[in-house]
Design a binder for this molecule. Structure first.
Ligand SMILES: *Cc1c(COP(=O)(O)O)cnc(C)c1O
Length: 388
């Protein structure tokens, strides 16, 4: 019997080795891994450059403290700001911590401007911003908040796609709108570019901040470093995590100058955040991701995968209702409960993971090859053909 607290419904399978897009279970069976730790291992398993980078750093220094200047952290922050909208970065260890810090920074901005009551954050119902007390009430999905009251106040909500509901929910106390640029756990729901442009305009008009949670859709997943770049807009605050460490836990919040002005020494902190070992992973990811052609390839493979999945949908319209997503953040929305389908895929050596709304998420590593995509399509076709 397991001594692990039962907070997950785990598949009865364990792995002891991985290489690129593939995982090997303890019996030696090989799987095509299109979970990749839920969009975390953006370079797949056992990537040589990541291994070397972490190994090299592990012999020098693992951890000091943010009481000192950490050159590896300075370097990653510089690279993240040079490549993006941001002027400053605060390192954390996970996505929930990063989104929670984003909420803190938004509130603190208005506090520092003499508006302490302007502190409410407007979010989408049934979104996903993490599992801390504040972030579950920001996400507002029944399953995540049930039994964890009293409710953490300070969040208002609107429904995905409900433009009028959104405008109506903004009050004089609203400090920021916080949404995932592409909703991951919520079912791979892409906010269209024109809506992102509209969101930015609305925030400007109402003089409030725009927080885009790119924990899942950021770091190249959508085909651009950040998913909001497709819409050519600039948010004020962006929490990131998952992909930035390539499997090493890293979280971070990127902010512009305006938001940074509300923070000063002592207002936020993290013991582990941005330690040298973690930063060696983050810097290695940046080395690879900004190599010429890397993101171009994500776009190319993403388009190919999407169009082939749509062909599959047309071939099996009774099983697949819709194909969703952008870049290599893709999902098959099924007509019925997707869990048995995911189990069938697993039996055929393809690992996928669920999301809300009957969605099967397909999250290959960003350096996946066309042959590996074709292999997944073959398995998907076979499972569809024999389904029910
Ligand atoms: C995964 C995720 C989080 C939470 O990240 P953790 O590292 O699990 O705390 C937050 N926001 C989004 C959009 C996510 O996908």
């Amino acid at each position: 019997m397991s001594s692990i607290l039962k907070t997950y419904n785990r598949k009865k399978i364990s792995f002891n080795r991985g290489k690129g897009s593939f995982l090997y279970d303890t019996k030696g069976k090989k799987y095509l891994d299109f979970v990749q730790g839920i969009a975390v291992n953006c370079l797949g398993h056992s990537h040589n450059h990541l291994i070397k980078s972490i190994y090299k750093q592990s012999k020098k220094l693992w951890h000091v403290s943010n009481a000192f200047i950490i050159p590896e952290q300075e370097r990653l922050a510089k690279r993240l700001t040079q490549k993006t909208f941001a002027d400053y970065v605060a390192f954390q260890n996970s996505g929930a911590e990063a989104t929670e810090a984003a909420i803190k920074f938004a509130r603190r901005y208005f506090y520092s401007r003499g508006k302490p009551r302007k502190n409410r954050i407007l979010c989408i119902n049934n979104s996903f911003h993490g599992r801390t007390l504040a972030t579950i009430f920001a996400s507002n999905s029944k399953k995540a908040i049930e039994g964890f009251g009293p409710k953490v106040d300070g969040f208002d909500h609107f429904n995905f796609g409900d433009h009028r509901g959104l405008e109506k929910a903004i009050t004089s106390r609203t400090a920021a709108i916080m949404v995932e640029t592409i909703m991951g756990e919520g079912g791979i729901k892409v906010i269209p570019d024109f809506c992102l442009v509209g969101l930015r305009k609305l925030c400007n008009k109402k003089k409030i901040l725009l927080i885009l949670d790119e924990v899942q859709c950021g770091i190249g997943r959508s085909g651009k470093f950040f998913a909001f770049e497709h819409a050519k807009i600039k948010p004020d605050i962006v929490p990131i995590a998952k992909g930035i460490g390539g499997g090493f836990p890293i979280g971070a919040v990127l902010v512009n100058k305006k938001v940074a002005s509300g923070m000063k020494p002592g207002t936020h902190g993290s013991t582990f955040g941005g330690n040298p070992l973690a930063m060696s992973a983050g810097n290695a990811i940046m080395d690879v991701m900004f190599k010429k052609g890397f993101l171009v390839n994500v776009v190319k493979n993403g388009k190919y995968f999407l169009s082939e999945l749509n062909k599959l949908k047309n071939k099996y319209p009774k099983i697949i209702k819709e194909v969703r997503g952008k870049g290599l953040l893709l999902g098959l929305c099924l007509h019925k409960n997707q869990v048995p389908f995911i189990d069938k895929l697993l039996k055929s050596n393809l690992l996928t993971i669920r999301a809300a709304e009957n969605v099967v998420r397909l999250l290959p590593p960003l350096n996946v090859t066309k042959q590996e995509i074709n292999l997944s399509l073959k398995i998907l076709d076979k499972v569809c053909k024999n389904y029910r």
